[in-house]
Design a protein around this ligand. Structure first.
Ligand SMILES: [Zn+2]
Length: 333
């Protein structure tokens, strides 16, 4: 069980999660590796993970036979957030409550969605069917979190390779249901709300329309999605995949929408890998807090090609040496 602690200076929540130091690390130097080198996410090694929450066949149908899976959902073995707690209880093992520093028991959900029984290490190695299915399973799991008391936000992401925070190579999604809404999310939500009041449409819709008019940072444009290197990209080759229909939410995407989203995700990673050898990257699904507008969502690829240092840590201003106009041109080529 972790503690969630609030820093009032930066208006920032931090998860203190001692148990995560026990994670097996596949990427540390070979002499430091732990004995267990068996990949817990490969088919046949199911007993290496906690009992599955769900498993699905190639059509996305829940399975009764736990061995015949195409997509598998398991609890994180070393969670920062766990169902064993109460959202209303303060941390029991932390420094205790005070008027100035809030804390919380780290109640929440942390699940892994394993999109393939094959040992593959990047989204580009998944086929369209596997990724579409994993995105469909993510819809079901997010809907489940949305119905849980005390879970206020869902964050779905993929960390690929060591520099992006992955501890195991086998590609997997993580889904975290958090009991708090961070100041970062709240600020984004508030900015969107005031933009809607002023302009009658969401901030992401206005931004997307402006990028389409400008056109030089567009990577791919279809009837359903705009793929763009954003004007103020904070890292080289940052990409946003934005739905053109900004009135329906991620959970409303039908099979065709999921298939196209999967295709764009694979395509941008493949494009990135054609420019950079084995890049570490994070793929994020941005959703509003559950209490907010369900239609506000987009997917973001954040390659980890530069390291935030003192300036970034002190100011949260990111220095990016690759202009997004050149990044888009290179990805298109
Ligand atoms: Zn594996």
């Amino acid at each position: 069980m972790s503690d969630l602690r609030h820093d009032p200076i930066n208006d920032q929540w931090v998860a203190i999660a001692k148990n995560r130091i026990q994670r097996p690390m596949e990427f540390v130097p070979i002499e430091q590796r732990r004995q267990q080198l068996l990949c817990p996410f490969c088919k046949g090694n199911e007993e290496q993970t906690p009992a599955a929450i769900a498993h699905y066949d190639e059509n996305g149908t829940p399975l009764s036979d736990p061995k015949a899976w195409m997509v598998r959902v398991v609890p994180n073995k070393y969670p920062s957030f766990s169902r064993n707690g109460s959202a209303s209880h303060p941390a029991v093992s932390g420094a205790g409550q005070s008027e100035i520093c809030e804390s919380n028991s780290g109640y929440g959900v942390q699940e892994l969605i394993i999109p393939s029984p094959r040992h593959i290490t990047s989204i580009s190695e998944l086929n369209d069917q596997e990724l579409r299915l994993a995105l469909k399973v993510a819809q079901d799991r997010i809907a489940d979190l949305n119905s849980m008391d005390g879970v206020k936000h869902a964050m779905l992401f993929m960390n690929c390779r060591f520099a992006a925070g992955a501890s195991l190579g086998h590609i997997h999604m993580q889904l975290i249901g958090s009991p708090v809404v961070s100041s970062h999310l709240q600020n984004r939500f508030d900015r969107d709300q005031s933009h809607r009041q002023k302009h009658g449409c969401s901030l992401i819709e206005s931004l997307m329309n402006w990028e389409i008019e400008q056109s030089e940072r567009i990577v791919t444009l279809t009837d359903a999605f705009c793929v763009v290197c954003p004007f103020a990209s904070r890292s080289p080759f940052q990409v946003r995949i934005i739905p053109r229909d900004t009135r329906s939410g991620y959970l409303d995407l039908d099979s065709q929408g999921l298939a196209e989203l999967a295709q764009h995700c694979r395509q941008v990673v493949t494009m990135l890998e054609s420019q950079i050898q084995e890049p570490a990257y994070n793929l994020l699904l941005h959703l509003d807090p559950f209490a907010g507008d369900r239609s506000n969502w987009f997917v973001e690829l954040l390659p980890r090609l530069t390291k935030g240092a003192g300036f970034e840590l002190g100011t949260d201003i990111w220095v990016n040496p690759v202009p997004p106009e050149s990044a888009a041109e290179q990805l298109r080529s």
